[in-house]
Design a protein around this ligand. Structure first.
Ligand code: ADP
Ligand code: MG
Length: 337
């Protein structure tokens, strides 16, 4: 790459200049050395384990090329933050790898970094380093986030027990409905949505609200947990498989937004989309019955709505019951393959 002046007056590549200008301001942790070294250093707090997670998005697969760059940035960071929250971990920083098509405008990068910086600050999760490349393919962005839990304390998928209560945060299905609204003009009318409801569902798809405020409560009270990213039905089934247990869920108890209720009353078949569609970025967890009150109080203190939706039983399989009947789904979760 050709040399030019970077903003601090040092000669460097165009890539160095972009990194210095847009990403260095996000690298507030002392161990990031203002992105001026080959690598970053991080000393985990004494008595803590590091929790590591990564998620990538590709243009045309996970987002559309003309989505607002700040939203794309925040979404991929939030996808990672959601995994940390479900493990009871507190975020401490992240690494960013970005592959840009050659014609990417600098204004795109500026808006991307601005959105990313906003969330990095809001969630207390600074940029530690990364990599920037050009690609002949579509834009792709990968984030690796790091968090901490007290040693040995990460909340696993595999530790649910028969008798535990199944709980989920927030509301389910909004983003999956939001994607459909986006794909098909005219659906909002068919679902008889108000403008506010239409907007709510679209927004829930564009920008997840990871439940990091709930992490401490999950850490203290959950027997098992995972983040709901591929659909509640499929994700709960994964948790049950990992734990060697079964679960029964009362469909009537699954928390829905007013907007999702409106869509469902216009088209009851949408229940499958709601329960299997994904992109919720909520947390599904199991709580021992004796800890339920404590968990509810902690969730309330954290300002995160939580709903009891079913129970863990011995055996295998997850059953979604409505009026005593078991719902069956064509496909229980989103899968790329
Ligand atoms: P090298 O090619 O030797 O790996 P780079 O030029 O890729 O070095 O990186 C220089 C510094 O800039 C490193 O600290 C790296 O972590 C950081 N960096 C590069 N790209 C990004 C990015 N997209 N976001 C954050 N930091 C980045
Ligand atoms: Mg590099």
């Amino acid at each position: 790459m050709h040399n030019e002046e970077d903003i601090s007056g040092n000669a460097g590549s165009a890539e160095d200049r972009l990194i210095a200008r847009y990403f260095r301001p996000l690298a507030t942790a002392p161990g990031a050395f203002e992105l001026g070294d080959d690598a970053a250093v991080l000393t985990p707090p004494a008595g803590c384990d590091l929790v590591l997670t990564t998620d990538a998005v590709i243009s045309g697969v996970h987002f559309l090329p003309d989505d607002p760059p700040g939203h794309i940035a925040r979404k991929v960071l939030r996808m990672n933050l959601s995994d940390l929250a479900a493990k009871g971990a507190k975020p401490i920083g992240f690494l960013l790898s970005i592959a840009l098509p050659a014609r990417t405008e600098e204004s795109w990068i500026a808006a991307f970094a601005a959105g990313l910086g906003e969330d990095a600050k809001h969630y207390g999760c600074p940029l530690l380093g990364g990599d920037t490349d050009h690609t002949p393919g579509p834009l792709s962005i990968s984030i690796t986030a790091l968090g901490t839990v007290p040693s040995g304390g990460m909340v696993r998928r595999s530790t649910a027990k028969a008798g535990d209560i199944v709980v989920v945060s927030g509301t389910i299905g909004d983003a999956a409905l939001g994607v459909q609204l986006r794909r098909e003009i005219g659906l909002a009318e068919r679902w008889r949505l108000s403008a506010a409801s239409w907007n709510h569902l679209r927004q829930r798809y564009l920008l997840p609200q990871p439940r990091n405020a709930l992490a401490e409560a999950v850490l203290r009270h959950a027997s098992a947990a995972m983040d709901v990213s591929d659909g509640l039905a499929g994700d709960l089934a994964k948790l049950c498989r990992a734990s060697g247990v079964a679960a029964e869920v009362e469909v009537e108890s699954v928390p829905l937004s007013d907007a999702a209720r409106m869509a469902l009353s216009a088209d009851p078949k949408l229940i499958e989309t709601v329960l299997t569609g994904g992109d919720d970025y909520e947390i599904v967890l199991t709580v021992p019955a004796a800890k339920l009150d404590g968990f509810r109080a902690a969730a309330n203190g954290a300002g995160v709505p939580v709903s009891q939706i079913g129970c863990v039983t011995a055996g295998q399989g997850t059953r979604f019951l409505r009026a005593g009947e078991v719902l069956s789904f064509a496909r229980s979760s989103y899968s790329h393959f």
